[in-house]
Ligand binder design. Structure first.
Ligand SMILES: NC(=O)c1ccc[n+]([C@@H]2O[C@H](COP(=O)([O-])OP(=O)(O)OC[C@H]3O[C@@H](n4cnc5c(N)ncnc54)[C@H](OP(=O)(O)O)[C@@H]3O)[C@@H](O)[C@H]2O)c1
Length: 165
């Protein structure tokens, strides 16, 4: 099963200038707790946005790049969305997480059953977006946590389910 996990603002913005829009400690903990010991799939640009360009610890890191020469320590590089889907199909009992960024969410969403979305109640300029699931009839909001607050920024944890998968 493939699950997307992302933090979005009110207009589904996820990033600007290669970085995240918000750094909310409880959201980082949620991300770590949820993905730990699992396979995470990300685009090459997201890998490069991580501290020192290093993969996530205690997770199997798979990175999508069209550059066949791209290689970096601790990472499995794959060259197509098909390969990513095949990888998930080979491990049907495992939950595999798509962790960004914009290009990879867009490409992988049709293969995801679930999306764990941290909704940040803020409007911040962004240059990278997650597809708006509230406007997508193929997705339904199944759960929403209470609202939390980090230094005045309100956010909640939402689970969306694909109606097709
Ligand atoms: N808010 C969140 O939850 C969240 C999570 C993750 C990332 N982000 C943000 O998202 C932004 C990065 O997103 P992005 O859209 O610019 O880049 P991205 O999706 O992380 O990576 C794009 C790269 O992935 C590779 N790629 C894309 N499609 C592919 C395909 N079909 N086959 C093989 N490789 C493929 C290409 O790498 P090559 O150029 O090497 O070929 C492409 O340049 C950053 O601002 C980051 O902070 C936010």
């Amino acid at each position: 099963m493939i699950t997307a996990i992302a933090a979005v603002t009110r207009n589904w913005g996820i990033g600007k200038d290669g970085d995240l829009l918000f750094h909310i400690p409880e959201d980082k903990k949620f991300f770590r707790r949820t993905t730990i010991n699992h396979t995470v799939i990300m685009g090459r640009k997201t890998l490069e946005s991580l501290p020192n360009g290093k993969p996530f610890k205690d997770r199997s890191n798979v990175v999508l790049s069209r550059n066949t020469a791209f290689a970096t320590e601790g990472v499995t590089v794959i060259g197509s969305i098909d390969e990513a889907v095949r990888l998930a199909e080979e491990k049907p009992d495992e939950e595999i997480f798509v962790v960004g960024g914009g290009e990879i969410y867009r490409a992988m969403l049709p293969y995801c059953q679930k999306a764990l979305i941290t909704k940040i109640d803020a409007e911040t300029e962004a240059d990278t977006f997650f597809p708006n699931l509230d406007e997508d009839l193929g997705w339904t909001l199944s759960e929403q946590s209470e609202e939390y607050d980090f230094e005045g920024t309100k956010y909640s944890f939402c689970t969306y389910i694909s109606v097709h998968k």
